[in-house]
Design a protein around this ligand. Structure first.
Ligand SMILES: Cc1cc2nc3c(=O)[nH]c(=O)nc-3n(C[C@H](O)[C@H](O)[C@H](O)COP(=O)(O)OP(=O)(O)OC[C@H]3O[C@@H](n4cnc5c(N)ncnc54)[C@H](O)[C@@H]3O)c2cc1C
Length: 310
């Protein structure tokens, strides 16, 4: 394990730091750059601002790997409430949930029932639910749950990670069934037999998968192919390819994290592309942010660059 990774993990678990670091003004300011606030109201308020700028919002409550499946009851109720609020305020927004926040660590059946309960409310509100993809050890169970949900509901999408060697095989069945796909490069530390170790190979696979997504019969609205990347070169390649193949701007979308590549987001909206921005909220941000950074130390540079560049 690299020194950087060890240090970040130590910081994420250190009790003194967990209590004190989040209170430091410059840390809060740095985090505010990537999170409008800790409460769901902060995120909903920002969603309204984004909507005003022509950008859709993806809302996600921080937290994963529940200690007890009973804790998932509150998570389900929370997301159902958020979906109700999105409808009552007529926001252009969806929720995105982590399967381990719904009990996947404990039991696939529990995760399935919890996700179905959220998807059902979303269907009644004419909205969709996106499912995040976590470490590679969860991919089989996550796809299994998503496919089972699709047997009963149409309003479901899932994230696929281009760094995984298996993703080319996972994508076909999802597209055939009209399940929305959000394509990312992947954020976790994975062994080389599971994930492409070099950025060059990940980028090449991302583009190959993006081409397949563009060719797929388009799912509509928020379920249309979503290219979740801040990589301006990749964004341009995808736009050029779509243009050359006559794939209209309404048939795909770009997604980015709150606070990153704001200028690119604005430019894409101005040029007629669909853009959605993911807003994280919740009190669990300190360990969450550090663990995310530790899982892929390259992301430290990613965050630092954004702080400097704005
Ligand atoms: C909406 C959304 C949802 C996601 N969901 C998941 C998920 O469910 N599971 C998962 O594993 N991962 C998820 N991710 C994270 C994703 O896997 C990547 O770790 C993350 O997006 C970084 O990869 P990248 O493609 O943006 O760019 P990278 O390959 O890291 O960087 C490529 C280039 O992009 C530009 N760039 C990148 N970051 C910045 C920055 N901070 N400021 C300015 N320019 C920058 C630079 O030009 C850089 O050279 C999600 C990301 C988004 C945006």
């Amino acid at each position: 394990m690299s020194l950087m990774r060890q240090t970040l993990l130590w910081c994420s678990e250190n009790r003194w730091m967990r209590t004190h670091v989040p209170r430091l003004w410059f840390v809060r300011r740095a985090v505010k750059r990537f999170m409008p606030g800790e409460s769901v109201d902060d995120a909903l308020g920002e969603a309204e601002v984004l909507n005003g700028a022509g950008i859709g919002a993806i809302l996600t409550q921080l937290g994963e790997n529940l200690a007890d499946t009973a804790d998932a009851v509150a998570v389900v109720a929370h997301y159902q409430g958020v979906i109700d609020t999105i409808a009552s305020r007529a926001l252009d927004a969806v929720v995105s949930v982590k399967p381990t926040q719904l009990g996947l660590d404990h039991d696939v059946e529990t995760a399935y029932r919890n996700l179905a309960a959220i998807v059902e409310v979303a269907q009644a509100r004419r909205n969709v639910v996106c499912v995040d993809m976590e470490q590679s050890s969860y991919v089989d169970a996550t796809l299994d749950v998503v496919h089972r949900i699709r047997d009963s509901y149409h309003n479901i999408g899932v994230c696929l990670q281009a760094y995984l060697r298996r993703t080319a095989d996972d994508m076909g069945p999802l597209l055939e069934r009209g399940i929305g796909v959000r394509l990312v490069k992947g954020a976790y530390a994975e062994p080389a037999d599971v994930a492409f170790p070099t950025k060059r190979d990940v980028d090449a696979n991302y583009f190959a998968l993006a081409e397949r997504l563009l060719e797929s019969p388009a799912s509509a609205g928020h379920l249309r192919p979503a290219f979740a990347t801040h990589d301006p070169v990749m964004v341009q390649r995808i736009r050029d390819t779509a243009g050359a193949r006559g794939v209209g701007l309404e048939r795909y979308q770009f997604q980015m994290l709150y606070g990153i590549q704001r200028e690119l987001q604005t430019t894409l909206v101005r040029e007629g592309c669909g853009v959605m921005v993911l807003l994280s909220y919740g009190e669990a941000w300190y360990p969450w942010y550090l663990r995310r950074l530790a899982e892929r130390p390259a992301n430290v540079w990613f965050v630092a660059k954004s702080m400097v560049k704005g």
